[in-house]
Design a protein around this ligand. Structure first.
Ligand SMILES: Cc1cc2nc3c(=O)[nH]c(=O)nc-3n(C[C@H](O)[C@H](O)[C@H](O)COP(=O)(O)OP(=O)(O)OC[C@H]3O[C@@H](n4cnc5c(N)ncnc54)[C@H](O)[C@@H]3O)c2cc1C
Length: 324
């Protein structure tokens, strides 16, 4: 029988994930400046700003702490080819700016932001041009994983990109039952593999329940990934998973060289600093742009105490613990 967490926190989280997908609420927020400004105050904890220049400043500050960054120009589900091309052009500016400023950074993107929601071929063309430009600048390009309706297209595009480029990484979600097979395949290809628990609301027939089921899958996939020696990113804030990875690497004498620990900007920054102090490579995922609404909903949903914090920040109360 389906296990369902009926705690108030779990229900609030599920509601937020639903709100995140509601186009009319999103349109309302974009249209009404007051609502936008109020929510933007809460979003700022998690983003590098609304424009690239702001984000580059934040990236430089993060670099000063010996943490690498990966910059994402936020957005997804772009509905026409022109907008997808504009998004790809903005990513080219990100690549150029990283190179010009000598930042320790890579780029991360959603394929649906650069054309997948219009046509898979368009996303491939835009992604391939970007991967080439990133490669010329000596940078990695990470592909994020979206909702399950896109998993197959995202993986297929990654497969095709890997035939041409060696610097394109892929994100895999531990909550999906299919991921063990996807990981085996991804291990055959170049490009970093980023392992996350998964952020979307998915049907129970294809995804594990949040909590111990997902955590057990994460541990198993992490063992496979770390033992492989493949370039990887352990992308979690979960202290138990971080300890597990550290013990697994140490007890099995596995090289730390291909391994990176990666966390979201504004989330548990002291945990990433601790991994850096242990001598691990570390990276902060730093998104920017005006499309922060969905991103904010995800961050609130995955850690409901953030709702209180966001509420206080939205109305101008100074909440301690902001990164930087
Ligand atoms: C670099 C990176 C890239 C990602 N890319 C994707 C992607 O492409 N596709 C996708 O579906 N998901 C992505 N995610 C999100 C991921 O799937 C999870 O939703 C998110 O990381 C929370 O899971 P967790 O592993 O931290 O574990 P959880 O079990 O959710 O959290 C463990 C602990 O971490 C802390 N924590 C977690 N989240 C928060 C938060 N928002 N605020 C404050 N504390 C928090 C809390 O202390 C919590 O108890 C990405 C995450 C990272 C770090």
């Amino acid at each position: 029988m389906e296990k369902r967490d009926t705690s108030l926190e779990a229900l609030a989280a599920a509601a937020l994930r639903r709100i995140a997908r509601n186009e009319s609420i999103k349109a309302y927020i974009q249209e009404y400046t007051l609502a936008r400004d109020v929510l933007l105050r809460a979003a700022r904890r998690f983003i590098g700003g609304e424009i690239l220049d702001e984000c580059l400043e934040v990236a430089a500050e993060v670099n000063e702490e010996d943490l690498a960054v990966t910059i994402d120009y936020m957005g997804e589900s772009t509905r026409n080819a022109g907008m997808a091309r504009e998004a790809a052009e903005e990513f080219s500016r990100v690549v150029r700016s990283i190179a010009e400023r000598g930042l320790n950074a890579s780029i991360s993107l959603d394929l649906s932001h650069i054309g997948m929601a219009v046509e898979a071929g368009l996303a491939f063309d835009n992604a391939s041009r970007l991967a080439g430009a990133a490669g010329d600048a000596g940078l990695e390009m990470m592909i994020s994983m979206e909702g399950s309706e896109r998993t197959e297209d995202v993986l297929e595009t990654h497969r095709r990109l890997c035939e041409i480029h060696g610097n394109v990484g892929i994100t895999l979600q531990a909550y999906l039952f299919r991921t063990t097979d996807d990981l085996r395949e991804a291990l055959e290809r170049p490009g970093r593999i980023r392992l996350v628990k998964g952020a979307y609301e998915e049907p129970v027939r294809i995804a594990r329940a949040r909590g111990e089921d997902v955590d057990a899958a994460y541990r198993e996939l992490m063992r496979m990934l770390l033992a492989s020696g493949h370039a990887c990113s352990i992308a979690t804030h979960d202290q138990e998973m971080l300890d597990y990875a550290h013990d697994f690497l140490t007890n099995n004498g596995i090289s730390r060289e291909p391994v990176e620990f990666e966390m979201l900007y504004g989330v548990e920054p002291e945990r990433l600093r601790a991994m850096s102090n242990f001598g691990y490579k570390t990276r902060v995922y730093l998104p920017y742009g005006r499309e922060w609404y969905l991103y904010l909903c995800h961050r609130l949903a995955e850690h409901p105490p953030n709702i209180y914090r966001a509420f206080a920040e939205a109305v101008g109360v100074d909440v301690p613990g902001h990164i930087r």
